[in-house]
Design a protein around this ligand. Structure first.
Ligand code: GRF
Length: 187
């Protein structure tokens, strides 16, 4: 089976990156993580790239030509699929056009509810009954591309931001690999 060369974008902890790397080592998993890109030099997730010997680069999104660096490396590593995993920057329209329906993201809410940041505090304020995560295609509008997979859990009265985050991430580690399998089963 020929695996799809994939780039994962991160900004922080990288637990989803770690999970995807582990899944990708399975022969039947459709993608190979061939490159990791971080906009944050201090991102803990870079340690997983190092540990699993995956090439990684840093980008500075404040520089005008940062996108050239991305495109140069996409070419170098023959990247044809992109996973955002806790990447805290907006992907440019140019990249979105070039990689139409090839960029996916994981978001810690049941989209279209709670797009953007601070999802857990807003969910609590709103007395939500359900939490969850969504894997979706990335388009020009923030957290608005079509959904690939959603997983949910019931929120109880004792839940706080931390417990919601833990419950959500537990589901994310299932949802992200499942979404990738689903995409490449279709094509
Ligand atoms: C995840 O909860 C994801 O939903 C959101 O950012 C978080 C990243 O966590 N987009 P990690 O860096 O993968 O641990």
């Amino acid at each position: 089976m020929v695996k799809i060369n994939t780039c994962v974008f991160i900004s922080g902890k990288g637990s989803n990156l770690k999970n995807l790397i582990i899944h990708s080592r399975n022969k039947s998993f459709p993608i190979k993580i061939s490159l990791v890109i971080s906009n944050n030099k201090k991102a803990y997730g870079i340690n997983y790239a190092k540990k699993f010997k995956i090439p990684f680069i840093f980008i500075n999104t404040r520089l005008k030509n940062y996108e050239n660096k991305i495109l140069f490396n996409f070419k170098k590593y023959n990247i044809s699929f992109i996973c955002l995993a806790g990447y805290m920057k907006i992907i440019s329209n140019n990249l979105i056009k070039k990689y139409k329906r090839k960029i996916i993201n994981i978001h810690p809410s049941l989209l279209p509810k709670f797009k953007g940041l601070n999802t857990f505090s807003r969910m609590l304020k709103n007395n939500e009954k359900k939490g969850g995560c969504t894997v979706h295609y990335v388009n020009k509008k923030l957290d608005s591309g079509s959904t690939i997979i959603q997983k949910s859990f019931i929120i109880n009265k004792k839940d706080n931001e931390l417990s919601l985050k833990k419950k959500t991430q537990k589901l994310e580690y299932k949802a992200y690999p499942e979404a990738i399998i689903k995409i490449f089963k279709k094509s």
